[in-house]
Design a protein around this ligand. Structure first.
Ligand SMILES: Cc1ncc(COP(=O)(O)O)c(C=O)c1O
Length: 484
């Protein structure tokens, strides 16, 4: 039991304001930039200007954070979350003190789902989505991706790209079709209106953009798509890849009819605290079927140990998640504002509504993509001294570069960016515990310096090179002056 110590000194009462008038400052008396209070702006002038101009947008994000925090808090209270739920378990996980069940219940309520499984044993978002797809689909069924090509790592899962006999959906006789996006990068509503047939067992909707130059979907649009799908075939189940969408809005896909959703805990709902894991939520029977793919038929949801402190981290991260998502969304607004002003194409556009935490910037060349990722890595708290290099990563067809100087390996709820080394050489930025981290990064990537310094690259030192994921080696690299 926690011991509360009491001090014998009298209770502290703040002194009354000397001059109550100082509490009300007329708009004209306000400093031009709040950032100039206490020592001037920490940002380069163009970033300061952008920050000042985004006041209304940042305030709207704060309101969203408050709404979602209230939703999360209510779910914690309804599940009577207590510190006894934070204990670890070992082996089969049968001796668990109720944390697993409470966390599942909290997730289900937050997402408006019948039930959920939240487990450390999900490796990643791809793994959780895969369990969900295999839960639904059987031989001769058809999977229909309705928002264009799904995320790169799902290609081998589906069998769009050869999985070398590793057991893709295609290997098991599941057919696959795609509804390409419209020319404007949004859903092709007209095509979707006649795309579903009697064999379509599952429609896959990817809420976030992934590595495509496309618009991310609002939950309202997800609901509209579900309505159109079910109108054509009421038995068609809808599975939503919810990665990067959680808590960006105040509703989630199960609230508009999604049968199943899946995502990763080292993205939004882990709140930068969860060290690993993923979740599946939705219809109770389908969640149990997904659990059986994660474990085995017959084992279901009531097993699987979570050793050490991980349950506490899951609860803590989930509680913080709306706030962390809010910071990341503010980061996207700032990136869009500054990079568009520098002449780059951005997606989504500055000040347009946000439906995920991802900001894409078309950098247009391999060198600029590498330089941007290097700037993010240099501005990171972990491994700032390393240079990210492009390489092959499991699940990706193209070479990819990741900048993730993060406390949790590969965590994209922390400050990070990445991109495939292919046209149009777009970088996808996400995360951050506070938007100001992006303000600092943007000062590290001024247009001028990128162009000039890369012209004067000289071989300098042998320095550690970080390849993703987790391969360290020393190599004699070409290093730019401004690094030394
Ligand atoms: C939309 C989307 N879905 C799925 C994934 C895969 O998630 P993970 O890297 O956790 O496997 C990603 C990764 O960025 C994504 O952007």
């Amino acid at each position: 039991m926690r011991v509360v110590s009491c001090s014998s000194s009298p209770a502290y009462h703040p002194p009354p304001l000397q001059n109550p008038r100082v509490a009300t400052v007329s708009p004209s008396a306000r400093p031009a930039s709040l950032l100039s209070v206490g020592g001037g702006s920490p940002f380069v002038p163009e970033v300061t200007k952008a920050v000042d101009s985004l006041h209304a947008e940042f305030r709207a994000v704060d309101f969203m954070v408050a709404r979602n925090t209230a939703r999360v808090l209510k779910a914690f209270q309804n599940a009577r979350v207590g510190s006894h739920h934070f204990g670890g378990s070992t082996g089969y996980g049968h001796e668990e003190a109720g944390g697993r069940e409470a966390l599942d219940q909290v997730f289900a309520e937050i997402f408006g789902a019948e039930s959920a499984i939240v487990r450390s044993q999900f490796f990643s978002g791809t793994h959780a989505i895969t369990c969900a797809l295999f839960a639904i689909l059987r031989p001769n069924d058809e999977l229909l991706a309705v928002a264009g090509a799904p995320y790169d790592t799902l290609e081998e899962v589906i069998g769009k790209r050869d999985s070398n006999g590793m057991g893709s959906l295609k290997d098991f006789g599941v057919k696959y079709r795609e509804v390409p996006l419209g020319e404007d990068g949004a859903l092709d509503w007209a095509a979707l209106g006649s795309a579903v047939n009697n064999h379509t067992k599952c429609a896959l909707i990817q809420r976030s953009c992934g590595y495509s130059w496309r618009r991310s979907l609002s939950v309202v649009d997800v609901g509209r798509a579900i309505g159109m799908i079910k109108a054509q075939n009421p038995d068609c189940l809808v599975m939503v890849d919810n990665c990067y969408g959680e808590f960006v809005e105040s509703i989630e896909p199960p609230m508009v009819g999604a049968d199943l959703i899946a995502g990763s805990l080292i993205k939004n709902p882990g709140g930068t605290i969860a060290p690993c894991g993923g979740y599946v939520a939705g219809n109770d029977k389908l969640v149990k079927a997904a659990a059986s793919r994660l474990s085995a038929p017959g084992l279901g949801v009531d097993c699987g140990s979570t050793p050490g402190d991980i349950m506490r981290a899951f609860f803590h991260g989930l509680y913080l998640s709306p706030q962390m998502v809010g910071e990341a969304v503010k980061g996207t607004l700032l990136i869009a504002e500054v990079m568009a002003a520098r002449g780059y194409r951005v997606q989504p556009l500055p000040r347009s509504p946000r439906y995920d935490v991802v900001q894409a910037v078309e950098l247009g060349s391999r060198d600029r993509l590498l330089a941007f990722c290097e700037a993010v890595q240099r501005s990171s708290p972990v491994s700032s001294f390393t240079r990210p290099v492009a390489g092959n990563s499991p699940g990706y067809a193209s070479e990819v570069i990741f900048a993730d100087g993060t406390f949790i390996d590969g965590s994209t709820s922390e400050l990070s960016c990445d991109g495939p080394l292919r046209e149009p050489f777009a970088v996808f930025c996400q995360g951050g515990n506070h938007w100001s981290q992006w303000g600092l990064v943007l000062g590290e990537f001024p247009v001028q310096r990128v162009f000039t310094n890369f012209g004067t690259c000289i071989p300098l030192h042998t320095r550690p090179v970080l390849t993703h994921p987790n391969f360290w080696h020393l190599s004699c690299s070409v290093t730019c002056e401004h690094w030394s």
